[in-house]
Design a protein around this ligand. Structure first.
Ligand code: FES
Ligand code: FES
Length: 169
């Protein structure tokens, strides 16, 4: 298996690209620059993407290691018509975005959490986001946003899955 699937589309990296970190491949070869380079040392979480349903710090994993896997980035969260995923919408509505640098990583960690646990309590949300650093918001609004997204998706029976995968919407 020499391909990796990014936001529902298959790519076959060159031999040279196989040695890149997934973060550099996404940003520099696929031009998906919503995945941020905060520290490149596995410390800040801004580079988080979701791989086969689990959060991954893409600065600490090679392209080669992710062959055969399905990767969702922040660009894949919105729907084909350009509307935002409920998690993205909830971040805006809760005032959880200030400078926005941490936001893609926060949204992706939240997405992985809600995939496995659709109704997490605040403690579970804090735990899921503890590897994502934010210098601006103080975290309260971010936890509020994940709670809001969870409630809206359950009340409105919306699928948690990323917008790029929701072909029948
Ligand atoms: S850029 Fe990957 S954890 Fe900071
Ligand atoms: S909103 Fe600025 S770092 Fe989180």
């Amino acid at each position: 298996m020499n391909t990796l699937t990014i936001n529902g589309a298959d790519y076959e990296p060159s031999d040279e690209e196989l040695g890149l970190t997934l973060m550099r491949y996404l940003r520099e070869k696929r031009f998906l620059r919503g995945t941020k380079n905060g520290c490149e040392q596995g410390l800040c979480g801004t580079c988080t993407v979701v791989v086969d349903g689990k959060p991954l710090r893409s600065c600490r994993s090679s392209v080669e290691k992710n062959l055969g896997k399905s990767i969702i980035t922040i660009e894949g969260m919105e729907y084909p018509d350009g509307s935002l995923h409920p998690i993205q919408r909830a971040f805006l509505d809760s005032g959880a975005v200030q400078c926005g640098f941490c936001t893609p990583g926060m949204v992706m960690s939240s997405y992985a959490l809600l995939l496995r646990e659709p109704a997490p309590d605040r403690e579970a949300i804090r735990k899921a986001l503890r590897g994502n650093l934010c210098r601006c918001t103080g975290y309260q609004q971010i936890v509020d946003a994940v709670e809001l997204a969870s409630r809206i998706m359950r009340e409105q029976d919306l699928p948690v899955e990323a917008g790029c995968l929701a072909h029948d919407r």
